[in-house]
Design a protein around this ligand. Structure first.
Ligand code: ATP
Ligand code: MG
Length: 560
């Protein structure tokens, strides 16, 4: 696998690793992990974390584990586990034989909890959730110690064992770390590390009714796996003292270093699994893999490539300050990728019939068309011309406005790869709408070398064209930062999906394999839908249009 970027730029995390390599801190080892919670599908924010963790392992000749942080049975499902594995593989990364689940460590985590009790570092607390909150204090006032804080180790052990044995109902009591109720860091004020939940777990079934909290399970899972650098997002910065506290008090095999980096945010979308789940549940999208979703499953279905997503993650860099990235950059990366490898074909999305009056009926002429001028190996194909064809409605105006250089009565336009045509007349229906444009063609203008006109248009022969459905997408939200709105669902873009039927495409697209990608000349990059396209029933999603907004932004900011 060659997903490592040879001259990938450095960043503060690599600087730290370089230092550790120099000082031989981990005996030259680099071991990272990607730790998703299986409570939703992965989104483009996760791609940043995946590329970072797996990318660093590749770059330093180290390893990266895939670990499911499945400590909360109430929100987790096997469907999510499967989709996460599928997506990480699709992005181009390989955890080899290192697939782990935090739930694999439940017994060890429990034994460590007993150890914390025995060493006077944890206690069973019978305060209610509300009382715990109240005792905790605020950012400006210290908390108060729980009345159960100074129980004997034996009493605590007895309670913990009875919790495990299922003697108590949910919420009856919790296990808390005994740290410092006056700490300036609220996370250190005797945080809860175990709660009672009589709920089956997707892997351990009914074995447990006691589940560890994420903040407790995470550092220990890292240590058990021999992780050297535990990379997480900035919101965990305040949790790092607890991460270290746990590892300092347990006989764990090693003490990984937690390093925080900025979350990726992208404009015109949302990045929280909880909110994405709401969109799915409220049927505001067709599912987690709706092509408008910021999920990787959605992007994959839309037709984005793993190469473009990795390139994007590389370009946004890794920093310590949260920021929002323009979605135009992702689209730019996608165009650059497909420009090199997507065959260029002709598809008319809003067809207008053209009749070439001086073209013999029944005649078919074949023209050689280059599949991709950017790719010499892509070869050529043959495209047919007949007396009747389709052009794009937008390529014709009966009364052309200023600066309209396409076809109009008395004016000429070139058909890509073929002849120059000239409009002689229009045919209208009863309602006065144009249904057909009559033209003549210039037999001496064959090929692109002859005389030149301002516009070259795409077209398809009516006799050979295939009907296709084409889906055009827009931002899912009208607001740049929908998460800021009172109800993010209110800013859903009503025009985010446009379905066009009766589009006319070249016959080579009739049986386009699901997932195959093309440039439709002048229209953008398209992908045959993974679910709905079938032989003889072409359905295409527009991945991106050809208009490069990022180039404009970059020019303004004078960055490349
Ligand atoms: P969400 O807030 O969307 O529900 P999460 O952080 O709860 O996401 P996890 O499954 O816990 O989701 O995330 C797995 C890993 O991916 C974590 O290490 C997390 O820090 C990282 N991650 C999640 N969202 C982003 C993001 N927007 N940018 C970068 N990394 C992210
Ligand atoms: Mg999380």
């Amino acid at each position: 696998m060659s997903t490592a970027i040879p001259d990938a730029p450095s960043h503060f995390i690599k600087d730290i690793i370089n230092e550790d390599m120099k000082s031989n801190k981990h005996k030259g080892r680099v071991h990272t992990r990607f730790p998703p919670e299986p409570n939703g599908y992965l989104h483009i924010g996760h791609a940043k974390s995946i590329c970072l963790n797996f990318g660093i392992a590749l770059e330093y000749g180290g390893k990266c584990n895939l670990r499911f942080d499945d400590t909360n049975p109430s929100k987790e499902e096997v469907e999510y586990v499967d989709s996460i594995m599928d997506t990480v593989r699709w992005l181009g990364f390989d955890w080899e034989d290192r697939l782990f689940y935090a739930s694999d460590y439940f017994e060890q985590l429990y034994q460590y909890a007993e150890h914390l009790i025995k060493t006077g570092n944890a206690f069973v607390c019978h305060l209610s959730a509300d009382e715990i909150r109240e005792y905790r204090g605020t950012l400006t006032t210290p908390g108060r110690g729980s009345p159960y804080r100074n129980r004997s180790a034996d009493e605590n052990l007895d309670f913990l064992r009875r919790m495990r044995a299922g003697e108590f109902p949910d919420g009856h009591c919790v296990l808390r770390a005994k740290i410092d109720m006056a700490s300036g860091n609220i996370n250190m004020r005797d945080p809860v590390i175990y709660r009672i939940l009589h709920m089956p777990h997707h892997r351990t079934g009914d074995a447990w009714c006691l589940y560890p909290m994420y903040d407790y399970a995470h550092p220990i899972s890292d240590a058990i796996e021999g992780i050297t650098h535990s990379l997480c997002t900035l919101e965990f910065e305040d949790h790092r003292p607890f991460y270290d506290w746990v590892l300092d008090r347990l006989p764990v095999p090693c003490h990984p270093r937690q390093i925080e980096f900025a979350r990726l945010n992208v404009n015109y979308t949302i990045m929280s699994k909880r909110k994405l789940l709401q969109l799915v549940q409220d049927h505001l999208v067709s599912g987690w893999d709706d092509p408008r979703m910021p999920t990787l499953a959605g992007m994959r279905r839309r037709g984005l490539t793993p190469e473009a997503i990795r390139d994007f993650c590389d370009r946004i860099g890794v920093a310590k300050v949260n920021s929002t990235v323009d979605v135009a950059l992702l689209e730019h990366c996608q165009r650059e990728d497909l420009n090199k490898r997507a065959p260029r074909v002709m598809a008319v999305l809003h067809p207008l019939r053209v009749v070439l009056e001086n073209y013999p009926e029944g005649q078919v002429e074949w023209f050689d068309a280059i599949n991709n001028p950017e790719d010499p190996d892509a070869g050529t194909r043959r495209i047919p011309l007949t007396r009747e064809l389709y052009i794009e409605q937008d390529d014709f105006r009966e009364e052309p406005p200023p600066k309209f250089y396409r076809l109009a009565p008395g004016r000429e336009m070139r058909l890509k790869h073929a002849y120059i045509i000239k409009c002689t007349n229009v045919v209208k229906n009863d309602r006065g709408e144009i249904v057909e444009v009559r033209c003549t063609y210039d037999p001496g203008s064959r090929g692109e070398s002859g005389r030149s006109v301002k516009v070259t248009a795409h077209w398809v022969s009516a006799a050979h064209a295939f009907d296709a459905e084409v889906r055009l997408y827009n931002h899912l939200f009208t607001k740049e930062n929908p998460a800021e709105e009172d109800d993010f669902r209110a800013s859903i873009n009503p025009d985010s999906l446009q379905v066009l039927t009766g589009c006319k495409v070249e016959s080579c697209l009739a049986s386009a394999a699901p997932g195959s990608r093309y440039q439709f000349m002048r229209q953008g990059y398209f992908c045959a839908d993974l679910m709905d396209a079938a032989p003889g029933k072409p359905v295409f999603n527009r991945i991106v249009s050809l208009r490069d907004e990022w180039a404009k932004i970059a020019k303004k900011m004078t960055i490349a």
